[in-house]
Design a protein around this ligand. Structure first.
Ligand SMILES: C[S@@+](CC[C@H](N)C(=O)[O-])C[C@H]1O[C@@H](n2cnc3c(N)ncnc32)[C@H](O)[C@@H]1O
Length: 338
């Protein structure tokens, strides 16, 4: 079972739950990545940021909203004593189900894959996920059932992203985060998406705001090729994919109003370079996987790096994008630099 995620929430008496839910949706302040909680009298809606609707706001633990797959568990044929080990959720990327299989169930991978296919008609391929690794953050996957094809088109907020999961990084779990960032962008901004992958941040922004100019950099040639396909698929303009190492590329770009740094295992080593590529005033969307204690230290280290370069910075917003492991979270820092 995934560990709970801490989030701000608004506490609403049950009778008023539905009208408040609609208000939160209208205001884009309802976290859809977490499951709404209830007790006998109240509904607890997880929210992105504090707001005053006349109800209490507090912090509490929520379960992550994965895809509940009880139905595959209903149809699978495995020894009874192994059932409690079956994963209760998996990710869906386009028509591919991506599932982490515990070691004790590895011998039953194809039974799990076939049960998922049987219970989820739109899925045509099931892959086991052994984690993300290497410079290109490639997911180590193995087809365990269905078509031997790891290329698919994933739909997210009306956009289409083509990806070969064996050749480029993509995670559907960042959808809410990509949308949140896109909604902050102002017309006319110049943006650098430093680790763009197949382009979902860049494309979501270009679709949301116009005019805007976006340069997306990635060292993985397959990611850049898919990014180009995705620009065509979504009919966006003013998005320029660049293949190469950001350390070699940043110097040739115009200074940016906003920089996205989505390389959450190594962002800190690139932060100084990002500051150098930013206009006198700008925003950095900085992502890193950290424990809560390390996240507090990181704030000081980011400020010290900025100070050494003669810049001021403040963290406008810090939030947990998702729980990464029992002790670590994927953090987002919105950093205002001047
Ligand atoms: C976590 S993925 C980012 C995915 C993307 N932002 C998204 O939302 O799907 C990180 C990406 O950084 C790229 N990368 C890693 N080191 C790099 C470097 N030094 N220069 C450019 N790209 C790099 C990897 O190839 C990978 O595609």
């Amino acid at each position: 079972m995934a560990s709970p995620v801490k989030s701000l929430c608004i506490v609403v008496p049950k009778a008023e739950g539905e009208s408040v839910r609609k208000k939160l949706l209208d205001m884009d302040n309802l976290r859809k990545d977490l499951i709404v909680d209830r007790d006998e009298s109240n509904v607890f809606f997880p929210i992105f940021k504090k707001m005053d609707l006349g109800y209490d706001v507090k912090e509490m633990d929520f379960k992550e909203a994965g895809v509940v797959v009880r139905s595959y568990i209903d149809v699978i044929d495995i020894p009874e004593e192994l059932r409690p080990l079956l994963p209760t959720s998996f990710d869906i990327v386009g028509e591919i189900a991506v599932i982490r299989i515990p070691d004790d169930l590895k011998d039953h991978s194809s039974a799990i894959g076939n049960a998922i296919l049987e219970a989820n008609k739109p899925i045509r391929t099931v892959v086991s996920d052994e984690g993300v690794m290497g410079e290109h953050r490639l997911r180590k996957i193995e087809v365990i059932a269905g078509e031997n094809n790891t290329t698919t088109v994933h739909k997210e907020y009306g956009l289409s992203f083509s990806v070969d999961l064996s050749k480029a990084y993509f995670s559907p779990r960042l959808a809410t985060e990509r949308r949140r960032v896109a909604q902050k962008v102002q017309e006319g901004e110049n943006i650098i998406d430093m680790f763009c992958g197949v382009g979902p941040f860049s494309i979501m922004i270009a679709k949301n705001v116009s005019p805007v100019s976006i340069f997306g950099i990635d060292s993985n040639p397959y990611a850049i090729k898919s990014f180009m396909d995705n620009i065509r698929l979504n009919h966006v303009e003013n998005v320029v994919p660049i293949q190469g190492d950001v350390r070699d590329m940043l110097g040739s770009l115009e200074p940016a109003d906003r920089i996205i740094m989505d390389l959450p295992h190594r962002s800190f080593e690139f932060f100084e370079g990002a500051l150098g590529a930013l206009k006198e005033k700008g925003i950095v969307h900085y992502y890193e996987i950290l424990t809560e204690v390390a996240a507090r230290d990181r704030e000081n280290e980011l400020s010290a790096t900025a100070r050494n370069l003669g810049r001021d910075m403040e963290i406008e917003e810090q939030r947990v994008v998702r729980r990464y492991s029992p002790t670590q979270c994927h953090f987002a820092f919105d950093i205002k630099v001047s």
